[in-house]
Design a protein around this ligand. Structure first.
Ligand code: SF4
Length: 395
């Protein structure tokens, strides 16, 4: 009883500090991420909604998603599209198809076109980046909308070119900020190189998105460290997703985590990064899971995919797509029941412009708790990070 009371008091204090704009420490973040009681989690979600409404009112942004090539040279242990998975659907969309889908998405009222591919060896290894440049030019000309590109790790010169073509966002997900766990997730890929590419994209003037994956063997301490790492990187959009165990992958037999843990992570991300964009992915639980993620403080709906476009999702390759449920009208129905609305495109573009103008030199700015977005080893074993976690000395 006494311990319960103290924890509630601690929770009150942490939430009050967050509401007052205070920057939470690692220990405070860990305390939030350790909550298990549903009522406590609901309190964190309510605090997160209040903070979101303060920064974004009732406006929600919506992103169209075009997964234009599902070929990949990598072996990420969580991914359905890893090179050796014989089950995953493989396709490359033609430029004409991509532009046509982008135009349909724009007409439907989305704010951004997200152009995503696996690390397609015919583009990455062959160095045929002109294909991407032409795609960007044509999609921008056809839609007039902001563009996000998620092509995997590409050379810095390519990032510079993306920026010069007017690409607004570079999305590249670490999935964990524990380099030891990273090695098991992104097999054979450099932790440091991936992180450095986001930094390079920021230096070329693009906004960046990073993300973490839940249910892949991470500790609660890893989750807290990931959130603070994303804050201290200065990422402009931060996403969390739960693993959907996929057939014919090393994680096929894993038990899916309770979705309340994803809701709690979204809420804590909102509290830690009040002014950033936080997606409610449709890719994990489809339209059914959207409300919970918005109740947790998310303010972007991603993975809008037009029906009949023969496109795949990332976590769930087919969920809700052909049923036409990953569309703006379906999202609007959910939003209106929650007192939320799809924002004007002008509001979204204004947000992007303001964010670019405000970019700070985050590398010099460690947080109040002494966390500098690099290593958690110096906090000692009480953080429940895995043994041997040595931060950025790996890779
Ligand atoms: S997560 Fe991306 S890079 Fe990794 S295997 Fe899947 S498509 Fe390839």
């Amino acid at each position: 009883m006494a311990l319960h009371t103290v924890n509630r008091r601690l929770l009150d204090n942490i939430l009050a500090k967050a509401q007052d704009g205070g920057q939470l420490t690692y220990q405070e973040t860990l305390s939030l991420m350790s909550l298990e009681d549903n009522q406590d989690i609901k309190r964190v979600m309510a605090a997160a909604r209040k903070i979101r409404d303060r920064y974004f009112s009732n406006n929600i942004f919506v992103y169209g998603f075009i997964y234009f090539s599902t070929f990949c040279q990598n072996h990420c242990s969580f991914c359905y599209y890893r090179k050796t998975n014989q089950l995953s659907p493989r396709y490359r969309k033609s430029l004409e198809e991509i532009v046509d889908i982008a135009a349909r998405l724009a007409e439907s009222g989305i704010h951004l076109i997200d152009l995503t591919m696996g690390e397609d060896p015919e583009i990455i290894r062959a160095g045929k980046f002109e294909v991407l440049y032409e795609m960007i030019n044509r999609v921008k000309a056809a839609t007039g909308l902001p563009v996000m590109i998620s092509p995997g790790v590409v050379p810095t010169g390519v990032l510079e070119k993306f920026s010069s073509l007017g690409v607004d966002w570079y999305a590249l997900y670490q999935e964990t900020h524990n380099p030891v766990l990273y090695k098991k997730l992104r097999v054979g890929q450099s932790y440091r190189e991936r992180a450095d590419r986001r930094t390079a994209a920021q230096q070329y003037g693009m906004l960046v998105e990073d993300g973490m994956l839940l249910g892949v063997g991470e500790s609660t301490g890893d989750r807290a460290a990931s959130i603070l790492n994303m804050r201290d990187q200065g990422v402009d959009q931060a996403r969390v997703m739960s693993l959907v165990p996929q057939p014919q992958t090393p994680m096929a037999g894993r038990k899916a985590i309770p979705r309340t843990q994803e809701a709690l992570s979204i809420a804590v991300m909102r509290i830690i990064m009040p002014d950033r964009l936080i997606p409610a992915s449709r890719d994990v639980d489809g339209i059914k899971g959207l409300q919970m993620r918005l109740e947790a403080g998310a303010n972007v709906v991603t993975s809008i995919i037009p029906p009949s476009a023969s496109l795949a999702g990332v976590s769930q390759s087919t969920l809700d797509i052909d049923e036409g449920l990953r569309t703006v009208p379906e999202v609007k129905k959910i939003l209106s029941g929650m007192g939320l609305q799809v924002a004007d495109t002008a509001d979204y573009i204004r947000w992007i412009d303001d964010r670019k103008a405000k970019r700070v030199n985050w590398g010099d700015d460690c947080s109040e708790g002494g966390y500098c977005g690099r290593s958690a080893a110096r906090f000692g074993s009480s953080l429940s990070g895995p043994a041997g976690w040595v931060g950025d000395s790996v890779n």
